[in-house]
Design a protein around this ligand. Structure first.
Ligand SMILES: C[S@@+](CC[C@H](N)C(=O)[O-])C[C@H]1O[C@@H](n2cnc3c(N)ncnc32)[C@H](O)[C@@H]1O
Length: 258
């Protein structure tokens, strides 16, 4: 990953660590329930939570695994996640600084890798997937969740622009076929895939990334000025005064290392 992109990620998340720990949408949800159910049905002594953010996925997996390693690129995020997990008394979760595209672990050292709401920030997602394959034991599982890229190219370009204006470290949300190709190329076989919807409350979503009032009103003008079909693709709810919410889709994938 380039130094410039790493700095962008760290600048975005370093100042938002407390907001990610407090985020109700990260602390719970249908996606987390599904990942946990997938994990509970497998051997799960050693779990890696990749790009742990506020530590919500690591914390829940700490309840069903012997040991969880929670890795993140952003030091202040790791500190906030460590504190969050410590106050919930999960002593089997340890924290490590690192980059998804060069994981500091030996081959085959995990039974399960989780990666939730993070891969759209990775500069080179194919490299990250190869690293996940390398650190999983044969038969080990990747449990992945991320924002799903839209199949319509105009709607996809519109939403990418919305995402990047809110968070310049957003790289790309991939379509289901793209995810399957990344995983297949790395030697991971998709066993299950599910798509779910998530409502994003605009004030919370823009506030969590500390948008200035000017940047936020420019983004709202961009949304209002976009073609109706692009807004409809994400079910944007607008009143005369404000943007209320939109709806995005998330992909969940369970894949096994060959
Ligand atoms: C939205 S948060 C993750 C949420 C978390 N997984 C959860 O379940 O609540 C995204 C995280 O990805 C991390 N991140 C982004 N790029 C990364 C990379 N290349 N390697 C490791 N972590 C990265 C950021 O620092 C940030 O903490």
């Amino acid at each position: 990953m380039s130094e410039a992109h790493a700095r962008r990620v760290q600048a975005q998340f370093g100042g938002s660590a407390a907001a990610y720990v407090a985020s109700a949408g990260h602390a719970a949800g249908e996606d987390l329930d599904r990942l946990l159910a997938w994990g509970a049905a497998r051997r799960r002594d050693r779990v890696l939570d990749l790009a742990t953010g506020g530590g919500h996925t690591a914390l829940l997996f700490g309840g069903i695994a012997r040991r969880v390693v929670a890795l993140d690129l952003t030091e202040p995020m790791l500190r906030a996640a460590r504190e969050h997990v410590r106050t919930r008394a999960a002593a089997n979760v340890v924290f490590v600084a690192g980059d998804a595209s060069s994981l500091p672990f030996t081959d085959g050292s995990f039974d399960v890798v989780t990666c939730r709401t993070a891969a759209h920030h990775f500069a080179d997602v194919a490299a990250a997937v190869r690293q996940i394959q390398r650190v999983l034991r044969p038969g080990g599982a990747l449990l992945l969740q991320d924002i799903l890229g839209h199949d319509d190219s105009e709607a996809s370009a519109f939403m990418s622009e919305v995402e990047r204006r809110r968070d310049p470290s957003h790289v790309r949300s991939y379509r289901a076929a793209e995810w399957k190709a990344f995983l297949r190329a790395a030697g991971l076989t998709v066993m299950e895939d599910v798509v779910i919807r998530k409502i994003r409350e605009w004030d919370e979503w823009t506030g969590r990334m500390r948008m200035t009032p000017e940047a936020r009103s420019q983004l709202e003008a961009f949304v209002r000025g976009a073609p109706e079909r692009c807004r409809a693709a994400f079910d944007f709810k607008l009143t005369a005064e404000r943007v209320e919410s939109f709806n995005d889709r998330q992909i969940l994938l369970r894949a096994e290392r060959d």
